[in-house]
Design a protein around this ligand. Structure first.
Ligand code: NAD
Length: 483
C-alpha cells in the first residue's frame, strides 16, 4: 500500500469536487440513492451473508437509513453548507457578517463491522457533500463488502479517485492515520479511538470519534408494560446485540420487576436471532457471562457458556440477574445478545445506577408520566435519549448523533452533520467609507473618554446607552483632528 499515493490521488480529486456547487454535488447523490435502492435486494443478501444479520435488519437499519439520510440532505444540505448570514452588534454599524463553510480537504473514515453499510456510507457521503475527498477503510471483518461499496460509488458516477476504499486490518488503518488526513472520522472501540486521538494530537488535526456504549433501559412502575417488554427485547437482541446503542442493562422498578421479568423471558424464548458476525465477539460475550456466573450472577435464560460449541456463531438470547458492580459485564461493553435485568426502588437510585459506567452513548426511560420520564432522562449522562422507545434517535437524520464520556467526541447527523466536515470561516465586511475606526490608532484622550463612557453607560448599573452610542457611531465626532 502506497499511503502517499493514496493521499495525493485524494487531494487531486478534491480540487475539482470542491469547486462544484452544493446542487452540483447533490446530483451525484440522487443517482447514488437510485443505485442503492435498485440494488437493495442483492445488497441485503450480501449483508446477510457477510454479517449474519437477517435481511429484514439489513433493509431497515442499513439500506433504508442511508436512503432517508440522502433525502434529508436534498432538503437541508444547502442550508447547512451555504454561507450563513449572522447579526452584527450595533457598535459595528454598517458592516455585514456571515459564516462560510469550506471543505477540509481529505477525510479519512475508519469503520467497524456491525453496520458495514450505514457506518461507512453516511460518514463518507456527509464528507463528500461538504466538498471533501474520502479515504474509506472499512472493517477487515466485513471485507467481502468492500468491492460492492466501490461499485456503488462508480455506478452513481462519482469522479475517479474521489472515494478510495482501502481494505485491510488495524495496521492498514494505523498507516492511513499516519498519512496526511485533514480530519479523521472514526467509528469503533474506545481502545482504538484513543490511539486515533493520540495520533491526531501529534498532527494537530480534528477527529470525530463514535465509540462504544453500555446503554441502560429504565422501566418505571407505570410504564406501558407490553410495549416496554417488546422494546426491551428489540433493543437487547436486534443485530444479535452487536449494536453500539444496544440495550445492555435493564433496570425495572421493583413493584413490576417480577411481572416484567416473567414476560420478558417468555418472549425472549420466541425471538429468532441472526448469527453473530465473528467468533472474536462470541468469545467476548462468553468470557463476560462466565465471569458474571462465577461471581454470583444467575443465568435465567440461555445456555451456560461452558456448553457452547466453540465455532458456532449462533447464540440464543442470554439474560442475567443478580449482576453487581464487581463483574466485568456490569461496566464493560458486551456487544452481543446478553442483557442484565436489575430491580430498583427510587428514581434517584436508578439514575445513579444508569450513570455508573464510563460510557455515555444512549439510554431510554419508559413511563406513562412523561414529565417524570423527561426529568429522569435529563439527568442521564448519554448523547442519545429515547422515551418509551429505544435507539430511535439515530434513525432521525434531523437529530445529531454522538456519545458523551468514553462513548465519543463530536457528533454527526442533524443540523450540524455536514458542517463538522468543514472548516468555518468568519467574514465581516465594511463598505470602507470611514477614514478610520474608533479602536484604531491614534489612541487620543477624546476617544479613550468615549470608550470609558461606553463601558459605563452600556454595561454598567445605570444604563444610558442612548447618551453614548450615537456619538460612537458617527466617526466625525471622534475623528482625531488632522494637523
Ligand atoms: P475496532 O476499534 O476494533 O475497529 C474499528 C476499525 O478500526 C476497524 O476498521 C479496524 O480495522 C480499525 N483499526 C483497528 N486498530 C486500528 C489502529 N490502531 N489505527 C487505525 N485503525 C484501526 O472496533 P470494531 O470491533 O470494529 O467495532 C466494534 C466497536 O465499535 C464497539 O465498541 C461498538 O460499540 C463501536 N461502535 C460504535 C458506534 C457509534 O456510532 N458510536 C457504531 C458502531 C460501533
Amino acid at each position: 500500500m502506497d499511503v502517499a499515493q493514496i493521499y495525493s490521488t485524494a487531494e487531486e480529486a478534491s480540487r475539482h469536487w470542491k469547486s462544484l456547487s452544493i446542487q452540483g454535488r447533490l446530483t451525484y447523490f440522487r443517482s447514488f440513492q437510485k443505485v442503492l435502492a435498485d440494488r437493495a435486494e442483492d445488497l441485503s443478501e450480501i449483508l446477510q451473508h457477510t454479517t449474519g444479520k437477517p435481511a429484514f435488519e439489513a433493509l431497515t437499519a442499513e439500506i433504508l437509513t442511508v436512503l432517508t439520510t440522502i433525502s434529508y440532505w436534498e432538503r437541508e444540505g444547502a442550508r447547512q453548507l451555504l454561507p450563513a448570514k449572522t447579526r452584527t452588534p450595533l457598535l459595528f454599524w454598517g458592516r455585514r457578517s456571515w459564516i462560510e463553510y469550506h471543505p477540509m480537504g481529505v477525510v479519512l473514515i475508519i469503520a467497524p463491522w456491525n453496520y458495514p453499510l450505514q457506518l461507512t456510507l453516511i460518514p463518507a457521503l456527509s464528507a463528500l457533500l461538504a466538498g471533501n475527498a474520502v479515504i474509506l477503510k472499512p472493517s477487515e471483518v466485513t471485507s467481502e463488502l468492500d468491492g460492492y461499496l466501490e461499485k456503488l460509488f462508480a455506478e452513481a458516477g462519482f469522479p475517479a479517485g474521489l472515494v478510495q476504499i482501502v481494505s485491510g486490518d488495524g495496521e492498514v488503518g494505523a498507516a492511513l492515520v499516519q498519512g496526511d488526513p485533514d480530519l479523521i472520522f472514526f467509528t469503533g472501540s474506545v481502545a482504538t479511538g484513543r490511539k486515533i486521538q493520540q495520533a491526531s494530537a501529534n498532527k494537530l488535526i480534528p477527529t470525530i470519534l463514535e465509540l462504544g456504549g453500555k446503554d441502560p433501559l429504565i422501566i418505571l412502575e407505570d410504564a406501558p408494560l407490553e410495549r416496554a417488554v417488546q422494546g426491551a427485547l428489540w433493543g437487547s437482541f436486534t443485530n444479535c446485540g452487536q449494536v453500539c446503542l444496544g440495550t445492555e442493562r435493564i433496570y425495572v422498578q421493583e413493584q413490576i420487576y417480577g411481572d416484567f421479568l416473567e414476560r420478558f423471558l417468555q418472549e425472549a424464548q420466541q425471538v429468532t436471532l441472526g448469527t453473530m458476525t465473528w467468533t472474536h465477539q462470541v468469545q467476548v460475550v462468553k468470557d463476560q457471562v462466565a465471569d458474571a456466573i462465577a461471581k454470583g450472577a444467575r443465568l435465567v435464560l440461555g445456555d451456560d457458556p461452558q456448553t457452547w460449541d466453540s465455532d458456532s456463531l449462533q447464540i440464543k438470547p442470554l439474560v442475567l440477574v443478580d449482576v453487581h458492580g464487581g463483574m466485568n459485564i456490569a461496566t464493560q461493553e458486551s456487544f452481543g445478545p446478553v442483557v442484565s435485568i436489575t430491580p430498583f426502588s427510587s428514581d434517584e437510585e436508578v439514575i445513579r445506577l444508569a450513570n455508573a459506567t464510563a460510557y455515555g452513548l444512549g439510554a431510554s426511560v419508559w413511563s406513562q408520566d412523561l414529565v417524570r420520564a423527561r426529568s429522569i432522562a435529563s439527568r442521564l449522562e448519554a448523547g442519545n435519549i429515547s422515551i418509551n422507545d429505544t435507539m430511535i434517535t439515530v434513525a432521525n437524520p434531523h437529530l445529531p448523533f454522538g456519545g458523551v464520556k468514553n462513548s465519543g467526541l463530536g457528533a454527526y447527523h442533524g443540523p450540524e452533520g455536514l458542517r463538522v466536515f468543514c472548516t468555518t470561516r468568519a467574514v465581516m465586511e465594511s463598505k470602507g467609507r470611514a477614514r478610520s475606526e474608533l479602536n484604531w490608532f491614534p489612541y487620543t484622550s477624546e476617544k479613550e473618554a468615549l470608550i470609558r463612557a461606553l463601558v459605563k453607560n452600556v454595561y454598567g448599573s445605570q444604563r444610558r446607552w442612548w447618551k453614548v452610542i450615537p456619538k460612537a457611531l458617527i466617526p466625525p465626532l471622534w475623528w482625531p483632528k488632522k494637523d
